[in-house]
Ligand binder design. Structure first.
Ligand code: NAD
Length: 435
């Protein structure tokens, strides 16, 4: 990192770098959009203050015994941003980059996302600062169970319902469900979503986020009067979201010309064969080893010539530095927070149609909602029913966001925030202030 020294020995960052860091602070990124949308809605100043503050922030230490007998202590977070519309809902990530600011931003995004698709949840998020790739399965299980027990007072089907996020999966959800159930002395399936189907998971949940991305991209193409068949797509990230979106978009008739994972990207201007790429990555191999295509860096992939770009890996990849070079007409934000507020302005000036994360990847939490409903009802739906209900919600939500944006002369992101804030604020007004 480049630094310059002041005479008093304090170290400051050069202007450009500190501007980039401010641009990339996820909580600031969320707040700058929230503030603008709240202003457009002429939100009551009291409610503005309430909605800007996370309801609850929990920091816990997570001590475990490593396999070699030594003790290590990890830090865990759980933030409940807002629960006015229902139980808090939000994933848990295991990553070395987890910070309280990031968890707060992600919890706020969950609040707005659930309101955009009008499901009866508030928003939360959690994380443990650890490198899961350096931990054995047994160590991961111990971290998961100890973290669960440390935050157990907030968890519950009626209060706070976790789900998988980066580096957590069905197996981690099964451990959380088991730990919670052991404490409660009976099995409580609805305490987490994204569980294995055998223990109360929902058919179609795993594919729901990528399916939602495909559906809103289809609606955007329709709105912009662009064809589906032959339209070129580039996807960053080939995990749960990116790989499913790639397969479903190819099935729809789009041509996926490039995909990437953290090892780099592959591209073929005539279109990749997604089934082959999936087969390759299912063998736990990186795309940098894929032989049947040309190779490209993750940075260059974002500015490839295409009609649709799907960032489906991580935050802050489209910034004020590279936004001007984006050639896609549509960006479908599969990841949370892939575009900085600085980049938004440039994309808007250049006429790029951005389907914002709180709409584009809301298929995941909608699938989770279906799972929670099925667990509570004890009656499980077939996959067609799940997919049909998901399609109805995603298409309706796209229309509602586009209509809010159109009525107010703002872009889709601000339209989505306005719709969400209005829905959350309406419930606060109805409930009144308990004091
Ligand atoms: P995942 O762990 O399954 O996949 C992540 C993919 O991104 C992998 O292919 C990985 O190699 C790649 N990647 C990681 N670091 C990268 C880098 N520096 N450059 C390029 N690629 C990189 O994760 P996921 O569940 O697919 O989630 C991806 C994003 O979507 C995250 O932002 C997540 O919060 C968001 N999201 C996921 C869901 C869901 O249901 N899984 C729902 C809503 C939002």
């Amino acid at each position: 990192m480049t630094t310059v020294s002041r005479p008093n020995q304090d170290v400051i960052r050069p202007d450009k770098e500190s501007a980039m860091l401010a641009e990339e602070n996820p909580f600031e990124a969320m707040m700058s959009r929230f503030d603008y949308a709240a202003q457009r809605l002429s939100l009551d100043p009291g409610l503005y203050k309430v909605l800007r503050a996370p309801e609850k922030q929990i920091i816990v230490s997570v001590p475990i015994l490593r396999d070699n007998g030594e003790t290590d202590v990890y830090t865990g977070y759980r933030v409940l941003y807002n629960t006015s519309r229902g139980p808090a809902k939000g994933g848990i990530r295991f990553d070395t980059a987890v910070t309280l600011d990031e968890v707060k931003a992600l919890a706020a995004w969950m609040t707005w996302k659930c309101a955009v698709v009008n499901i009866p949840f508030g928003g939360s998020k959690g994380g443990v600062v650890c490198d899961p790739f350096q931990l054995s399965n047994a160590e991961l299980e111990r971290i998961t169970r100890r973290y669960t027990s440390a935050i157990i007072d907030t968890l519950g089907p009626d209060s706070d319902v976790p789900a998988p996020d980066i580096n957590t999966n069905e197996r981690v959800m099964a451990w959380i469900m088991d730990t919670y159930s052991m404490h409660k002395r009976h099995t409580v399936t609805a305490v987490v979503t994204g569980k294995p189907v055998e223990m109360g998971g929902s058919l179609g949940r795993r594919e729901a986020t990528g399916r939602g991305c495909m559906l809103v991209t289809r609606e955007a193409l329709k709105r912009l009067r662009m064809p589906v068949t032959g339209t070129r797509v580039v996807i960053q990230g080939f995990g749960n979201v990116g790989s499913v979106a790639a397969q479903l978009m190819e099935n729809l008739g789009l041509v996926v010309v490039a995909v990437s994972d953290k090892s780099g990207g592959i591209y073929n201007l005539k279109g990749l064969k997604i089934r082959d790429v999936l087969q390759h990555s299912r063998q736990r191999r990186f795309l940098s080893d894929y032989k049947e295509a040309d190779h490209i860096t993750n940075d260059d992939l974002l500015t490839l010539d295409c009609e649709v770009l799907v960032p489906a890996a991580m935050e802050n990849v489209i910034t004020s530095q590279n936004a001007k070079d984006i050639k896609a007409r549509i960006i479908c934000e599969g990841a949370n927070g892939p575009t900085t507020a600085g980049a938004d302005k440039i994309l808007e000036q250049n006429g790029v149609f951005v389907i914002p994360d709180i709409l584009a990847n809301a298929g995941g939490v909608t699938g989770s909602y279906f799972e929670w409903v099925q667990d509570r009802g004890g009656y499980f739906w077939d996959e067609d029913t799940v997919n049909q209900r998901l399609e109805r919600i995603m298409v309706e939500s796209f229309e509602e966001v586009a209509s809010m944006a159109g009525r107010n002369g703002v872009n889709l992101r601000i339209g989505a925030y306005m719709l969400a804030i209005e829905r959350v604020a309406a419930v606060h007004r109805l409930r009144g202030m308990y004091a």
